[in-house]
Design a protein around this ligand. Structure first.
Ligand code: TRP
Length: 452
């Protein structure tokens, strides 16, 4: 069977475009919103170290596996897996990787779109000067008022989903490339401005750094380690086929391991910088580092409210959060859209509408988790939102990641991995060892320790 010919969905026009697109997928709410608050809830320091360890020890080799599998198959993850399995004479059960990924994608998008909707609202509120001169209580109340209003939250969720679909429907070149080309550099630039701002004005920059980097191992639980690992998968967009789908559009002459490392570095830099913006401001304003999902939505508006030009910069910040979320959400729907196009010969517009509509429906559950369904507990004391977040990040993504590593390490025709990675025998042997043994074992150990 001829693998690795051409993708019918289009191709990235250059190596840089692949990096920007994959970094666009990786850098998102996971970095700016989720990382600071899970680090805060788990005591900072040791958690951050475990997180970084997971990124480079487990994340990069698995990301390389996803990219190379995608580039070898050149189709949606579901069909790429089908062909790789057939080509390698592997057990058909491996195809579950593609299907599980599609499910995880819907689950993630369901809450991702809701949070991104909040960012849209904050952009508008900021621009209107709603937070100017406000205090901590007011910031907390504004957040509660927004999330507690089902109509507004669903409306914003709808707007975000439409934006995602609009770009996804335009395809790889006109849609995604155009978006990431402008927004990724802009996001980086603004984050640097904000880190400097937080450092200069808060007077608590050192406390922020200490919180992020001091090794306070006593605050870390095994559950915290699981969350750090789940966050590593989430922030790198691993374990569900998003990067595999992007890899399918990657030019053949580009280094897989090199770009995977670059994407991980960019992603980690953005997460740490977000922490360096948020924690100094948290400490300067006497707020709780363990505030949970509201951290970015309560502390940043408060800080901007006291900053010269804060309304303007705050609006720009949340605009960029919104776009960072969009370049990620497009990668969440791409596997399903590509599959529909291949399977039903559907047009991209129809496929985007179908996937977006389904994800929108799922998203209602997350939108209502903060208001009319806030007392509805699905598992233990978890709301619909919590269940989606926990199941996808802490179970489906690591599990999907392990399956991908095991498949790439053990089951796939070795010719494919050798040819796709195109590295020296030493580097290849290292990648293969980590992918076969280290990454799966690490995930397994963390699972066992966290759940039992
Ligand atoms: N990585 C993105 C973030 O940090 C979220 C994301 C996009 C994602 N695509 C994904 C997570 C695929 C898991 C799988 O915000």
């Amino acid at each position: 069977m001829a693998l690795g010919s051409e993708s019918i969905h289009g191709m990235w026009s250059s190596r840089l475009m692949f990096i920007l697109a994959a970094a666009g997928s990786a850098v998102g709410l996971g970095n700016i919103w989720r990382f600071p608050y899970v680090a805060g809830e788990n005591g900072g320091g040791a958690f951050v170290l475990v997180y970084i360890g997971c990124i480079f020890l487990i994340g990069v080799p698995i990301m390389a596996s996803e990219i190379l599998m995608g580039r070898a198959g050149r189709q949606s993850p579901i069909n790429t897996m089908r062909d790789l399995v057939a080509h390698s004479n592997a057990n058909p059960l491996w195809q579950v990787i593609g299907w599980m990924g599609a499910l995880a994608g819907f689950m993630i998008l369901s809450f991702y779109s809701v949070i991104a909707g909040w960012a849209i609202s904050y952009m508008l509120q900021m621009a209107a000067g709603d937070f100017t001169g406000g205090d901590a209580v007011q910031a907390q109340e504004a957040f509660g008022a927004l999330t507690g209003d089902p109509v507004t939250v669903v409306g914003l969720h709808t707007v975000f989903m439409l934006l995602t679909m609009g770009i996804a429907a335009r395809g790889v070149g006109a849609g995604l490339e155009t978006t990431v080309r402008i927004l990724m550099p802009a996001l980086f630039f603004l984050l640097i401005v904000l880190v400097v701002y937080a450092g200069v004005t808060s007077g608590k920059f050192i406390e922020g750094l200490q919180f992020l980097f001091s090794f306070n191992v006593d605050k870390l639980t095994w559950n915290g380690v699981l969350i750090a690992m789940g966050q590593a998968f989430f922030t790198l967009s691993l374990g569900m086929g998003a990067i595999m789908a992007y890899g399918a559009y990657m030019p053949k002459d580009v280094s897989v391991l090199g770009t995977a490392t670059m994407i991980a570095l960019l992603d980690t830099a953005v997460a740490l910088m977000s922490g360096m913006v948020i924690f100094p401001l948290v400490f300067a304003n006497g707020l709780e580092s363990s505030a949970g999902p509201g951290l970015m939505f309560v502390t940043l508006p408060l800080a901007f409210g006291h900053m010269t030009g804060g309304a303007f910069f705050g609006a720009i910040f949340f605009l960029l959060v919104t776009f960072a979320a969009i370049t990620s959400s497009i990668s969440l729907v791409e596997p399903a859209i590509a599959w529909l196009i291949e399977r039903l010969k559907a047009s991209r517009v129809k496929a985007a509408l179908l996937v977006g509509g389904l994800a929108w429906l799922f998203g209602l559950g997350s939108a209502f988790s903060f208001n009319i369904w806030s007392d509805l507990h699905f598992v233990g004391d978890k709301t619909f939102f919590d269940v989606m977040d926990f199941t996808s990040n802490n179970i489906l993504l690591p599990l999907g990641g392990v399956f991908i590593a095991l498949f790439a390490g053990w089951a796939i025709d070795q010719e494919i991995t050798r040819d796709q990675l195109a590295v020296s025998p030493r580097v290849y042997a290292t990648w293969r060892f980590v992918t076969r043994f280290i990454a799966p074992a690490a995930v397994f150990v963390v699972f066992v320790l966290a759940f039992f």
